[in-house]
Write a protein that binds this ligand. Structure first.
Ligand code: URA
Ligand code: SF4
Length: 185
């Protein structure tokens, strides 16, 4: 069992557990505060993330940062990670075998961070974490509690780039999360 972030890093470095290892430039593990009560989980790195080794630094990440700013969320105080750590080619969704190969790293991250709240960004994160029976259109905006963690599913920020309408709900969901964070502290 992995018991520290250092051990986790050592374990992921040079990982070849799935085919996504072939085209990556950098493995994208995390960003933010390892002691945060709030974790955000995306899908997987895009081109910018793959280049920089940091999650959510590209277009979608910038949009997310804007929303954070508007709401009064400090990104540095949140822990951010993805379902898969290496970039899927052409930004396609990660495939089930890739998710299965990678998900234990994320489980370890959750175990080490011990968040009270997890925001699931989009369908891939929602299904990989809570189960295939969930879908983002139905589940978004509603708290789901499991094993002492409160989950808030919401749209993936990249979906907001395609559909402006979704921004309203995304902001609403983040505000709900902020309200809950304030109750924790
Ligand atoms: N999209 C994601 O799901 N994760 C990132 O890190 C960047 C874009
Ligand atoms: Fe390993 Fe995950 Fe990268 Fe696949 S995506 S090679 S399992 S770190």
């Amino acid at each position: 069992m992995i018991e520290s972030f250092e051990e986790l890093e050592k374990e992921i470095k040079d990982c070849q557990k799935c085919k996504l290892c072939h085209n990556r430039n950098n493995i994208v593990i995390e960003d933010g505060d390892r002691q945060s009560k709030v974790m955000m989980i995306g899908e997987g790195p895009g081109a910018d993330e793959d280049e920089q080794g940091v999650p959510f630094v590209g277009k979608a990440g910038k949009l997310m940062n804007q929303a954070f700013k508007g709401i009064g969320f400090e990104r540095e105080k949140i822990y951010i990670a993805n379902i898969v750590k290496c970039r899927p080619p052409m930004n396609r969704n990660p495939e089930q075998d890739e998710i299965n190969a990678c998900i234990d790293y994320l489980r370890t991250q959750v175990m080490l961070v011990k968040p009270k709240i997890i925001v699931l960004l989009g369908n891939v994160a929602l299904k990989a974490i809570l189960g295939e029976e969930y879908s983002i259109t139905k589940a978004r905006g509603k708290w789901i509690e499991k094993k002492g963690i409160r989950y808030m599913p919401t749209f993936h920020p990249a979906a907001l780039l395609r559909d402006e309408q979704k921004k309203i709900d995304f902001w609403k969901d983040l505000k709900e999360v902020k309200k809950e964070i304030e109750k924790l502290s």
